[in-house]
Design a protein around this ligand. Structure first.
Ligand SMILES: [Zn+2]
Length: 383
């Protein structure tokens, strides 16, 4: 049903338009023009004001050709990670890849393209469908910020699909909650050669804390990482400051709380081991922390209508799909939190966020077929 040549050409076009996070305007304008051509009502919201981007989320509404059909929600994100400028996509052996110097950007241009192609097909072939509401979001890659600031009152839909994961054989129904942890360790500066006795090395304090920390995979549903550490000025200065940024994620709120507590304790315990007294004064290492919820977990019920529709669509098309839990968050975390039951369907993107990223065309076409069938079923079989 999907026009393979057209959908392939379209994603190649989108990939060639740079759209790093906060710079999604060019790709947004193209999507707006193409959606208006098929009768979509489009506008950019003002999420950009909250996140300092050059454009907001693109909201699109298209009218169905059938009444009494519950509206269906779709979403994919417009931004990419870097290195993502001047991407030169090429097709080879059934996959699209970059020239190896940049990412490909199939995350999430494949999702955007699947939505556009499915909408085009529904209109051209006059297939049965109800109203469709779309959020093409900004700044997903820098903390789901477009979805975070989207005004959910723009939508009537109660359920829908985000297209932003790896395989159309998997339906992501569960994603973890995540916390962002920032620590600042203060020591005491001194000349490393002349008077090291008068210094407290902040790097040493931090490394003691981190070496005592459980990181990586904590259990089947919990992970933790220290990803950034900055500090120090010169080899002959005992550093008085280190800045550390990490994260923890879990599908269980209780386990997440425990892991965050553990990481805090490691820093707080480490600083108590470092204090100095000279010239009648006592100096102590100190830890400051800033812990912030990045996003909340999602867990879509198997009774949700969208899951039933996708399962029926996959059966009709004689494919297979299984529900899975993901270790990552996505825009769907926010949509679920805001009241839209949202699952995440894979589009064939692999090795994302690396210069080896590629898109498996067969899976990409399959995702489009599944989405088209799901939307038709929503209209044929309204409950
Ligand atoms: Zn993505």
């Amino acid at each position: 049903m999907i026009e393979k040549e057209r959908i392939t050409e379209y994603i190649m076009d989108l990939i060639r338009i740079d759209s790093l996070s906060r710079k999604e305007k060019d790709v947004g304008l193209k999507l707006k023009k193409d959606m208006e051509e098929i009768g979509g009502e489009c506008f950019f919201d003002d999420a950009d004001k909250n996140v300092n981007a050059n454009v907001g989320n693109l909201i699109v509404k298209t009218r169905g050709n059938k009444t009494n059909v519950p509206p269906f929600f779709l979403s994919a994100h417009m931004d990419t990670v870097g290195p993502g400028e001047g991407i030169k996509p090429r097709i080879e052996d059934g996959v699209i890849k970059s020239d190896g110097t940049t990412i490909l950007g199939s995350d999430d241009k494949s999702g955007l393209t699947v939505i556009v192609e499915v909408l085009r097909t529904l209109k051209e072939k006059n297939l049965p469908h109800g109203d469709i509401e779309i959020a093409f979001t900004i700044c997903e890659e820098i903390g789901l910020l477009g979805a975070k600031y989207i005004d959910i009152k723009n939508f009537r839909s109660k359920y829908g699909i985000v297209l932003d994961s790896s395989s159309p054989s998997h339906l992501v129904v569960k994603c973890p909650s995540a916390e962002r942890l920032e620590f600042k360790i203060y020591g005491l500066e001194a000349h490393a050669g002349v008077c090291p006795e008068k210094g407290i090395n902040a790097i040493k304090v931090a490394s003691e804390a981190i070496s005592n920390m459980k990181l990586g995979r904590i259990d089947f549903e919990t992970t933790a990482n220290i990803g950034v550490i900055r500090g120090g000025l010169a080899t002959n200065i005992i550093p008085n400051y280190v800045h550390i940024i990490g994260e923890a994620r879990s599908h269980s709120e209780e386990k997440l709380r425990a892991q965050v507590e553990h990481m805090r304790k490691c820093f707080n315990d480490a600083v108590t081991n470092y204090q100095l007294t000279f010239d009648g004064k006592t100096y102590r290492a100190k830890a400051e922390e800033d812990i912030e919820r990045s996003y909340n977990r999602m867990d879509v019920s198997s009774e949700s209508r969208v899951i039933k529709l996708v399962n029926q669509a996959v059966t009709n098309l004689k494919y297979d799909i299984e529900p899975i839990a993901s270790g990552g968050g996505c825009d769907a975390n926010y949509f679920n939190k805001k009241g839209i039951d949202c699952v995440n369907l894979g589009t064939g993107m692999k090795e994302i966020h690396t210069v080896n990223e590629y898109l498996v065309l067969e899976e990409f076409y399959r995702a489009a077929d599944i989405l088209l069938e799901t939307i038709k079923l929503n209209a044929v079989n309204p409950t």
